[in-house]
Write a protein that binds this ligand. Structure first.
Ligand code: 0X9
Ligand code: ZN
Length: 312
């Protein structure tokens, strides 16, 4: 039997053991995917849920920033719903897709936030000046270190790394994505906090070719999210809505793999608790997120996806 709860935040081994249990419980659907090892030797583990080989896929990247604990928690909640929900409408949508789900893509950083420094963000590779880690959301090989959207100082919270893909966790994720990029049409990079749905690009103020369409889908998603509890998300192009961020996963996936639907979510809240979001909010955050995801899927389908890939 599988067991996890969403009334507390969990250590990495608890999450990983649960993924293993899912594969044992649902051997025909769930495959554990180990894409590599972290700098400190931990597995980078996710799952693929395959309902039908021909289904369009959705890729979900959680926990790239270590301290954003709500993201692995919510991503695992979604995973559980995909496999166990008794809601017929959600089941239909879930089973019409395949799912690539990585709840914790920065495992060294995540464990460090549990053992040593709750506010750690980066990876844990040692760099110069007695500083550790690069920002794994500034380390991707697309406009790396461009336009002031990252730092070349190893002590900075937004250190881009010594070169693109200097972080083994990021390289492993990018390499895995390359092997399956033709199997998914939605890529979501999950962060906290600020309650935002962000479109590429982050490295430039330039808009996507299909900016209007991507904004429209984002607005539909934010409206669906708000209908559950009134939680307000703002939708926008990353550089405009927050700040220039270069070398991020979403810019890379959009530009290199031409994935039609790419968003960065910034989950609850807007600063009352910030990264220290109480665990009582895991389930409400998850329920409203799932509402928004259903809306993204539905509206992209209305626009002719995944058959036609035109957002670029
Ligand atoms: O700065 C970041 O990496 C993200 N904000 S956070 O507070 N979670 O660190 C925003 C990244 C958004 N940009 C792109 N995904 N391009
Ligand atoms: Zn983040």
């Amino acid at each position: 039997a599988t067991s996890l709860n969403w009334t507390a935040y969990h250590r990495l081994d608890v999450i990983y053991n649960w993924l293993d249990e899912l594969a044992e419980t649902y051997p025909d659907l769930v495959e554990v995917i180990v894409i590599g090892n972290s700098y400190e030797g931990r597995l980078i583990k996710g799952i693929k849920i395959t309902f039908d080989e021909d289904n369009p896929g959705i890729f979900i990247e959680g926990g790239i920033h270590a301290r954003e604990w709500i993201t692995p928690a919510t991503v695992t909640y979604l995973t559980n719903e995909i496999l166990t929900s008794t809601n017929d409408a959600f089941n239909l949508i879930a089973r019409a897709h395949n799912w690539f789900i990585f709840p914790s893509t920065n495992p060294d950083g995540y464990e460090y936030t549990h053992t040593t420094n709750r506010m750690w963000r980066k990876t844990r590779q040692p760099y110069d000046n007695d500083c550790w880690g690069a920002d794994p959301n500034r380390n991707w090989d697309y406009y790396w270190l461009a336009n002031g959207g990252a730092s070349n100082n190893s002590c900075s919270e937004t250190y881009a790394g010594s070169e693109p893909f200097s972080e083994v966790e990021v390289k492993a994720l990018a390499d895995y994505i390359a092997t399956v990029s033709d199997k998914f049409y939605i890529y979501l990079s999950i962060h906290s906090y600020s309650q935002l749905i962000l479109l590429p690009y982050g490295y430039t103020y330039d808009h996507l070719d299909n900016y209007e369409e991507a904004m429209h889908v984002g607005e539909i998603a934010a409206a669906a999210l708000a209908r559950r509890y009134g939680t307000e998300y703002i939708v926008g192009s990353t550089a405009e809505a927050i700040y220039v961020a270069s070398g991020s996963s979403t810019d890379y996936v959009k530009a290199i793999h031409k994935t039609p639907i790419v968003y960065c979510y910034e989950f609850r809240d807007t600063g009352t608790y910030g990264f220290l979001l109480p665990a009582e909010q895991i389930i409400p955050n998850s329920l409203e997120f799932i509402d928004s995801l259903i809306a993204v899927i539905g509206e992209t389908r209305n626009l002719g996806y995944p058959e036609i890939h035109t957002i670029g």
